[in-house]
Design a protein around this ligand. Structure first.
Ligand code: FAD
Ligand code: 2HG
Ligand code: ZN
Length: 480
C-alpha cells in the first residue's frame, strides 16, 4: 500500500487489516456499525474539498466511550493505525486516512448529556453536531461561544480537535478558553476523564489543552464540557462596501471604538470572493461589486435592541461621513441577516466549485493582512487565469483565508505557491495555521511555525502518549 498520490511518503510500520481484526471489532460493535463495503466506506475516505483521498477498508462507529476504548485496545494490540473522523469538514486533510488507516467515526456518539442554565455549560458526546447543540441551548437562553459555516455537519469533538476559530472568536474567545472539560481515549484504550465544568482549576498541568488542536494525534475526544454565554437579545448587522483595504482597517478600528462591548464579529471579503458567491451560487450582492471593491460584515450582539440598533446606525453613519465606507446596509431581522451572511459564509462552498483549490489559513499582523493576496497574485502572474487568488477572513482576529483556485491540480502551480506562501507568512511574523490546523497538508511545513526545540517537545509528547504512533499518523508532525 504505497500511495501513488504521495510518492515520497512511506507507509508506517502498521498492520494491514485482516479478518482476525474484523472479527475482534465484531465482538465490540454490532454489524451495522462496522462498514466494510467499499461503497459505504468511500465517502469517509474523501475530504470535504475533495483534495485528499485515503484507501481505508473499514469504518468503525462506536456509540460509547467504553466501545471506543475497546476498539483502541485492539488497534494497539495489533498495531493498526487509526484516523479519527468527526463531521469530515476539516480543510487540511486531517480527517481522512492517508493510506489504509482504520476510520473511527464519532457520528453515533451524538448524545447531549446535560445543559446547566445556571452555570452556563453544556456537556455532550464528541459526535454532537454543532448546530444541534446550538438548537438545544436556545430554549435555555444560552448559546455556543463559536460559530462556523460548517455548523450543520461539524461536530464538537472535531471543533475541539482542530481548535476551531470561526466567526465570533473576537468576542467570545477561543476553544482553548471555552472548553472547560474533556474526556478522551488514549491510543492504548485508557479513558482519561477530565470532564471538569469549573471555570477555575489550576491543579497542575492543563492536560485537556493537549487535546484542543492536536487533531486526533494524541487521543480521541469522546466527551466535552463547553462554556456557553447568555444568548443575546438583540443582533444587528452591517454589510459594507469599501474602496481599499486601508479603509477596511480604519473601519475595523472605528467599529471597535464605537461598538465596543457589543461588537461580535468583524469579517472582510475581497471582490473576487463575492463575485464567486454571486456567480457560482447565484446569490446577488446588494451593493455594487467592482473589481477593486472590498466588503465587510460587522455584527453586534447585545441586550437592548433600541440601544444596539442606534449604536450600529451611528457607527455606519460615522464611517460614511469619514468616507471610509462607500455604501452600507444595516439589518436586524433574522432572515435578512442570514441572507447577508451567505455572502461571507458560503465563500468556501463557492470557491470549491472551481476544479482544484489550494487553501491557506494564516494569521498576519494587520498591516500585512491583504499584502499576502497582492504578493501571491504577483508571484502567480505567469499562470494568468489558471490561478485565481482570493482573500477573505476574520479581520477581527488577523486571520486571512488565502485561496488559489485552478482548473486542475498542477505540480508546477503547487511548487510556485509552496513553500513560498509559508516562508512569506513566517517572514512577516505571521502564523501558517490560524484556525484550520496542520492536518496532512501542512505537516511538512511545521518548521515555519515552530522552532526545532518546540518540534522536538511535540515529538516527545506524541511518543509518550502514543508510543506506537497509531493515532492519525502522517498528520500535524512532519515525517521524521
Ligand atoms: P473533522 O473534519 O472530521 O476532523 C478534523 C480533525 O480533527 C481531523 O484531524 C480529525 O482526525 C480530528 N478529529 C475529529 N474528531 C475528533 C475527535 N473526536 N477526537 C480526536 N480527533 C478528532 N474552521 C474554523 O476554524 N473556522 C471556520 O470559520 C470554519 N468554517 C468552515 C466553513 C466550511 C464551509 C467548512 C467546510 C469548514 C470550515 N472550517 C472552519 C473547518 C472545519 O469545519 C473545522 O475545522 C471543524 O472544527 C472540523 O470539525 P469536524 O467535526 O468536521 O472534524
Ligand atoms: C471560514 O472562515 C472558514 O469561512 C473556511 O474558515 C475558510 O475556505 C476557507 O478558506
Ligand atoms: Zn475561518
Amino acid at each position: 500500500l504505497t500511495s501513488e498520490r504521495y510518492p515520497s511518503l512511506k507507509r508506517g510500520p502498521f498492520a494491514a487489516l485482516n479478518d482476525t481484526h474484523v472479527a475482534a471489532f465484531q465482538k465490540i460493535l454490532s454489524a451495522d456499525r462496522i462498514l466494510t463495503d467499499p461503497d459505504d466506506v468511500a465517502p469517509y475516505n474523501v475530504d470535504w474539498i475533495k483534495t485528499c483521498c485515503g484507501q481505508s477498508r473499514i469504518v468503525l462507529r462506536p456509540r460509547t466511550t467504553e466501545e471506543l476504548s475497546a476498539v483502541m485496545r485492539i488497534c494497539t494490540e495489533h498495531r493498526l493505525a487509526v484516523c479519527p473522523q468527526g463531521g469530515n469538514t476539516g480543510l487540511v486533510g486531517g480527517s481522512v486516512p492517508v493510506f489504509d488507516e482504520v476510520i473511527i467515526s464519532t457520528s453515533l456518539m451524538n448524545k447531549i448529556n446535560h445543559i446547566d442554565p445556571i452555570a452556563g455549560t453544556a456537556s455532550c458526546q464528541a459526535g454532537v453536531v454543532l448546530e444541534k447543540l446550538e438548537s438545544a441551548l436556545e430554549p435555555e437562553g444560552l448559546m455556543i461561544p463559536y460559530d462556523l459555516g460548517a455548523r450543520g455537519s461539524c461536530q464538537i469533538g472535531g471543533n475541539i480537535s482542530t481548535c476551531a476559530g470561526g466567526l465570533r472568536l473576537l468576542r467570545y474567545g477561543s476553544m482553548q478558553a471555552n472548553t472547560l472539560g474533556v474526556e478522551a481515549v488514549l491510543a492504548d484504550g485508557t479513558i482519561l476523564n477530565m470532564m471538569n465544568s469549573l471555570k477555575k482549576d489550576n491543579t497542575g498541568y492543563h492536560l485537556r489543552q493537549l487535546f484542543i488542536g492536536s487533531e486526533g494525534t494524541l487521543g480521541i475526544v469522546t466527551q466535552a464540557v463547553i462554556q456557553c454565554p447568555i444568548r443575546p437579545k438583540s443582533t444587528n448587522l452591517a454589510f459594507l462596501s469599501l474602496n481599499s483595504f486601508k479603509d477596511v482597517l480604519s473601519t475595523f478600528v472605528l467599529a471597535k471604538r464605537s461598538l465596543s462591548e457589543t461588537l461580535s464579529s468583524c469579517e472582510m471579503m475581497d471582490s473576487a470572493c463575492v463575485t464567486s458567491v454571486e456567480e457560482k451560487l447565484g446569490i446577488k450582492c446588494p451593493l455594487e461589486n467592482s473589481a477593486d471593491s472590498f466588503f465587510m460584515i460587522v455584527e453586534t450582539q447585545g441586550s437592548r435592541e433600541d440601544h444596539d440598533a442606534e449604536k450600529m446606525s451611528n457607527f455606519v453613519q460615522e464611517a460614511m461621513a469619514k468616507e471610509l465606507v462607500v455604501d452600507g446596509i444595516t439589518a436586524n431581522e433574522p432572515s435578512r441577516m442570514a441572507n447577508l451572511w451567505q455572502l461571507r459564509e458560503r465563500i468556501t462552498e463557492s470557491l470549491s466549485k472551481d476544479d482544484y483549490i489550494f487553501k491557506y489559513d494564516i494569521t498576519l499582523p494587520l498591516a500585512k493582512f491583504y499584502e499576502a493576496v497582492e504578493v501571491l497574485r504577483r508571484e502567480l502572474a505567469p499562470f494568468g487565469n489558471e490561478a485565481k487568488v482570493t482573500g477573505f477572513g476574520h479581520i477581527g482576529d488577523g486571520n486571512l483565508h488565502l485561496n488559489v483556485t485552478a482548473s486542475q491540480y498542477s505540480e508546477k502551480l503547487a511548487k510556485a505557491i509552496e513553500p513560498f506562501v509559508f516562508e512569506w507568512t513566517a517572514g512577516v511574523g505571521g502564523s501558517i495555521s490560524a484556525e484550520h490546523g496542520m492536518g496532512f497538508k501542512k505537516a511538512k511545513y511545521l518548521k515555519y511555525g515552530k522552532s526545532p526545540e518546540a518540534i522536538k517537545l511535540m515529538r516527545n509528547i506524541k511518543n509518550s502518549m502514543d508510543p506506537l504512533g497509531i493515532l492519525n499518523p502522517y498528520k500535524v508532525l512532519p515525517p521524521s
